[in-house]
Design a protein around this ligand. Structure first.
Ligand code: SF4
Length: 321
């Protein structure tokens, strides 16, 4: 099945997902009426534990009653509204622009800091891409562009090819970065066309994945990613520290070792961004520091992520030490 067909065929209701996982639909913790609907690709559900409501992959996507709490958190924890320059274009840090290249994701992660983001107001049209290219051309201090979202890899390959081709005409651009979770949740997104687009780019294209738990990487996906790395593709991972998902040293150790096996370099372990309706995922910083201190004893330095927090207007990600 093509990745586009898999995208059409995702679980969009809780009963069909739970029936597939052989889990009772009467569990009192489940929240059926969230305005942030569920979206779960079948290939990701295949990696979940059957019959186990505490599966760390399921926990990332299953709406629970705790989301009803209005206590704590804010709708826009990174104050991104303050950094919007134009429709879908944000400048949060020097030298780089972030683009909401697509408002769609293949999966809805309950802890997402953009779960309340007004994607409808930032739908990128052809005209907006032109504005972006002109903006990049006009400002030689901008040497990096981040295609983000949503998930930029929901765009078709021919669209991505045009975008990357246009970016290659900007001579001072040094890095094209793609932030994506799609190839992790639907591995068939790693098409040979996509690989060829990335390899053809004269400007290095770096893909930063979002993987939170080692169970997200099965043997077949590890092999595909390793094959891509061996032909020169560069992958990093940024994870979020999440209560009940990956808040133990053992899971963290397995996560970063598994990433290494797949040719993915450790980048960030993010402190949870304080978004409203997802406070049950929050791990306090003291506990995070204990985990990272112990992790440092277990992993070689090149497998260690930086434990960071994004603080609006800080000018960079802030290391938690
Ligand atoms: S933007 Fe990333 S973290 Fe947020 S829902 Fe989409 S895939 Fe999940």
């Amino acid at each position: 099945m093509s990745w586009q067909q898999e995208l059409q065929n995702i679980f969009k209701t809780i009963p069909e997902l739970l029936a597939y996982l052989e889990i009772s639909q009467d569990h009192p913790s489940i929240f059926y009426d969230s305005s942030f609907p569920i979206k779960v690709p079948r290939s990701f559900a295949n990696r979940m534990l059957k019959g186990n409501i505490d599966c760390p992959l399921l926990k990332q996507v299953l709406p629970v009653q705790s989301e009803l709490s209005e206590e704590g958190g804010v709708y826009d924890p990174l104050m991104e509204d303050e950094f919007i320059e134009d429709r879908g274009i944000l400048q949060k840090f020097q030298h780089r622009l972030l683009v909401i290249a697509s408002g769609h994701c293949a999966i809805h992660c309950r802890y997402c800091f953009r779960r309340h983001f007004p994607y409808d107001e930032h739908r990128f049209s052809t005209k907006d891409w032109t504005i972006l290219f002109e903006r990049l051309k006009a400002d030689r201090s901008l040497n990096e562009v981040i295609l983000s979202g949503g998930d930029p890899l929901t765009l078709p390959d021919n669209r991505l090819e045009t975008i990357i081709h246009q970016l290659n005409t900007i001579d001072h651009l040094e890095i094209i970065r793609i932030h994506s979770r799609l190839p992790i949740v639907i591995p068939s997104r790693l098409t040979s066309e996509l690989q060829s687009i990335i390899r053809k780019s004269k400007i290095p294209v770096v893909i930063v994945f979002h993987i939170n738990h080692p169970q997200e990487l099965d043997a077949s996906l590890i092999k595909t990613l390793k094959d891509w790395q061996q032909v020169g593709c560069v992958f990093f991972n940024q994870a979020v520290l999440l209560k009940g998902v990956n808040d133990t040293v053992t899971v963290q150790e397995n996560l970063w070792r598994t990433c290494f096996k797949a040719g993915i370099q450790a980048y960030y372990l993010h402190q949870f961004d304080d978004v409203k309706n997802a406070q049950h995922f929050k791990v306090n910083k003291d506990q995070g520091l204990e985990i990272i201190t112990e992790l440092r004893k277990r992993l070689p330095g090149f497998m260690m992520p930086s434990y960071v927090q994004e603080i609006p207007f800080a000018g960079s990600k802030v290391p938690i030490v």
